[in-house]
Structures are given as C-alpha cells and as structure tokens.
Design a protein around this ligand. Sequence first.
Ligand SMILES: C[S@@+](CC[C@H](N)C(=O)[O-])C[C@H]1O[C@@H](n2cnc3c(N)ncnc32)[C@H](O)[C@@H]1O
Length: 216
Amino acid sequence: MTDWIQRWKEGKIGWHRQKPNSKLIEFIDCLELQQGDCVFVPLCGKSVDMLYLLDQGYQVLGVELSELAAEQFFAENNLTFTTNKTKFFTRYIGENIQILCGDYFDLSAKDLAEVRGVYDRASLIALPSDLRVKYAQHLYAIIAPGCRVLLLTLNYPQSQISGPPFAVNQAEVESLYEKGFECQQLQCFDDLENEPKFQRSNVDFIEKATYCLRKY
Ligand SMILES: C[S@@+](CC[C@H](N)C(=O)[O-])C[C@H]1O[C@@H](n2cnc3c(N)ncnc32)[C@H](O)[C@@H]1O
C-alpha cells in the first residue's frame, strides 16, 4: 500500500508536472462545461491542471490526502487561502478553488453538489485494483446524473514493472464504469519514446489513453 503522506513529506512526487496536461487542453470540451461551472479534481495533489481550469473560468474542487500538497499548491502559485475544518476534511479555500484535505472515500454527494464535470489524471492509476473498483463505485455515488468525466489512464505490461502508476487497460476502464456510465475512448497511443523510466525498465509499450464518461 502506498504511503502517500510519507511520499509528500519526502518529496517523492515524480508524477507532478510543471505544465498543464496537453490532453486536458485538447479534450476539455468533452466535459461540456459552462463558464463558472465547478470541476471536481479527485486525488489532485498540487496539479497545475487546476490552475489551467481556473484560468479557463471554471471553479475547482479538489480532494487530496496530503495537507502539504494543498499548502504547496497555494504557495507555489501565489494564491491566498483560508482554512476551516469539517468532520472529515480540512478545507483549503482560495478564490474559485477549494481543496478538501482528507480521504476521497469520505466524500459525499453533498460535498459535490456544485460539481458539473470531473477531471481525473493519475488518480485511477494511483490505486491498486481492489481500490480502483471502490473508487469507480464511489465516483458514481457522489456525482450527479449527466455529469461527465475526462479520464486519463496508462496501460503497459504490468508483469514487467510494478505500480504505481498501475496499468489500467481499456477493458478494465469499460468494466469499472459499465454500471451507470457511458464510456467512450477518445484517444490511445504508445508514448514509450517520452517515458525514460519505462524505457529503462525495458517495458514493451506504454499506452496513454483518454476517455470521456457520462453518468446516466
Ligand atoms: C499520482 S498522484 C496524482 C496527483 C494529481 N492528480 C496529478 O495529476 O498531479 C495521486 C495523489 O492522490 C493522493 N491520494 C491517494 N489516495 C488518496 C485518497 N484516498 N484520498 C485523497 N487523496 C489521495 C496522493 O496523496 C497523491 O497526491
């Protein structure tokens, strides 16, 4: 089991990127958002993708286990914030953005009442297979009907290297979201040439896939 809090303390956050994800920029329209709509970013870390969403005129609601991640997000982007505590979460509140620090599995539909779209990069693939099932079921339970999800995943031969990130192939995505969601794969390509860590492990391929889901 990954100790995420410890990873943040030790700065072992190899997944973090300095620039917004190109697939978010390319496919954000699939979320069919209106200006001012709120986008939920599960397991958000200190992702600058949240900054991109703010810059596009959306509100952001993130959830993240590590308070260090939330503090670094606000400090590194020169954003002011206040905090308050609820039963399960410490709420970091900035302008048009809130990061709830606590466990994703403690979120309720009430917490996400304002959410109109979901952006999931590197959260499904951060979890081992049993938790992925729980993660997808919980997402179904907390988002409203009609809500769309832009989902970015990775797939590679899991026998050649261990996660996280864990390999999640198209069949698994379809099975995880078969109950209650429409699921469309928008893109999938092998990006081994840009993944030196996977090259060093002699992995045969690393597919990057983008999906658009819609809760019925
Ligand atoms: C692989 S990182 C991805 C971060 C972010 N989505 C990004 O693209 O940079 C996974 C993040 O999920 C957080 N996390 C793991 N399990 C969680 C849980 N049950 N609830 C909330 N956050 C969690 C970790 O602390 C970590 O920051």
